[in-house]
Design a protein around this ligand. Structure first.
Ligand SMILES: Cc1ncc(COP(=O)(O)O)c(C=O)c1O
Length: 436
């Protein structure tokens, strides 16, 4: 496979774009050579780069293109909106229809508000929780990611040297430029440990506005909640008058129409959506119980945004969530993902390379470690062999399988995968294991 044009484009981009990219995460599409791949087109489950290489895509626009690329239903609906005006900055019908659809699907959603990215919607939910409770502390779990804005840009990728004590992890800013005040208002807690959770909540009694989590930790290699843990979170928050926020940016509409809260049967007070919500267009939402969301509605808690709920993005979301609510579509995603997960487990056994394959059909990750045990919390991932994952990813890429380069992220499975794509993936997985 050749990548000359991608390399040349990156050199050109560095002259005008900071770092040559539009996001600190774009480098995650890096090819085997140290430059990103430039994609030119996509159709269904496949994408094509500027050098003419094609890939079965499991990065999937970080999970957004859940129906596949250039999905005809989406393209048709959006063409109509394009021809009649993409936004007016006024109220519109698609935003109502979408909110009604979200209410139908999502257990916690009495009322909905839109934004444009996951980070923004997280900001909205956290402000709502702080405004509602009159408190300022937010408990965030070590390793969980909630976007790049100041609100929660803390302790998602701390190194072994930075994490501090297990029971009271240090609050480590994502980067320079995040003020001390942000760190003062965020309390870090280890995930999946009910006892430590209770201790942390006790230590800050009466001062915690919200507990926020990724119910399946997509950004920690799809670490799953241990049985009973989400229920404990729910019970402890209720007991203490703390707002429980599920960040369903990755799980929402993907693990089924009701997201993780329906999958696990635990209903938070507020939840945040993006990615699969928009099917590839920039829309996000936070939704939750009437008591809290009414304060957003009557402007006691302020939330705004020029682009919120634009007809273009609301239409894309409406088409997408309608499709994902179809059991046949959801079933197809789940089954395709489970077949790939099973192929990885088989290859792991056949080639004697231990790994954990964790998550659900629609989103999963492979964690290479000496014992192949599933991870429970962020610090378990220090034992993950990320160099081996990188070799694995490279072996897949040269066989036409495109996944997120970051070994602690996950594979996203699209509704557009066809038999041939799944077979090609399973074969590539087997060959990649053989090459490790
Ligand atoms: C769980 C979770 N929350 C929030 C975000 C932030 O979303 P965005 O990148 O759209 O701002 C992400 C992004 O990957 C995410 O995975």
């Amino acid at each position: 496979m050749a990548y000359h044009k991608s390399r040349e484009l990156f050199e050109r981009a560095r002259g005008s774009l900071a770092g040559g990219t539009s996001s600190s995460s774009r480098i995650t599409t890096t090819g085997p050579e140290p430059h990103p791949l430039y994609m030119e087109s996509g159709s269904g489950a496949r994408i094509r780069d500027v050098d003419g290489n094609t890939y079965v895509d499991y990065l999937l626009a970080y999970g957004s293109a859940v129906l596949g690329h250039a999905n005809p239903l989406l393209t048709d609906a959006l063409s109509t909106v394009l021809a009649s005006g993409t936004m007016f900055g006024t109220c519109n019908v698609p935003e109502i229809e979408l909110a009604e659809k979200i209410r139908e699907s999502v257990p916690c959603a009495d009322l909905v508000r839109y934004a444009n990215s996951g980070s923004e919607a997280v900001q909205g939910a956290i402000r709502a929780a702080r405004g509602f409770t009159g408190r300022s502390l937010v408990v965030k779990f070590e390793g969980h990611y909630h976007g790049w804005t100041d609100t929660l840009a803390v302790s998602s990728k701390s190194t072994r040297d930075e994490v501090g004590p297990y029971e009271a992890p240090f609050a480590k800013p994502h980067s320079r430029g995040i003020p001390q005040g942000v760190l003062d208002d965020v309390v870090i807690c280890p995930w999946n440990d009910a006892e430590v959770l209770r201790d942390v909540l006790d230590a800050h009694r009466g001062r915690i506005a919200a507990v926020v989590c990724e119910p399946i930790v997509a950004n920690n290699a799809c670490t799953m909640p241990v049985p009973g843990y989400l229920e404990t979170l729910r019970a402890e928050c209720t007991r203490r008058g703390i707002v429980l926020v599920f960040d369903e940016v990755c799980t929402g509409f993907r693990t089924g129409p009701g997201g993780a809260q329906a999958l696990f049967g635990v209903v938070p007070d507020l939840a945040v959506y993006s990615k699969a919500l928009g099917g590839g267009l920039p829309i996000s939402a936070f939704a939750g119980c009437r008591e809290i969301m009414e304060q957003v509605g009557d402007n006691r808690i302020k939330q705004g945004g020029t682009y919120n709920g634009s007809p273009l993005c609301a239409t894309a979301a409406l088409v997408t969530v309608t499709q994902l609510a179809d059991p046949a579509v959801a079933g197809r995603i789940d089954e395709a993902g489970r077949r790939v997960m099973e192929a990885v487990r088989r290859a792991s056994r056949d080639h004697g390379v231990p790994c954990a394959v964790q998550g659900v059909g629609a989103m999963f990750q492979i964690v290479f470690s000496a014992d192949g045990a599933p991870t429970r919390h962020y610090r378990d991932l220090f034992a993950a062999d990320l160099d081996r994952y990188e070799r694995f990813r490279h072996e897949l890429l040269v066989r036409g399988i495109h996944v997120n380069v970051y070994g602690l992220a996950c594979w996203f499975v699209s509704a557009a995968l066809e038999e041939d794509d799944i077979r090609r993936t399973c074969e590539a997985v087997n060959e990649a294991f053989a090459a490790l």
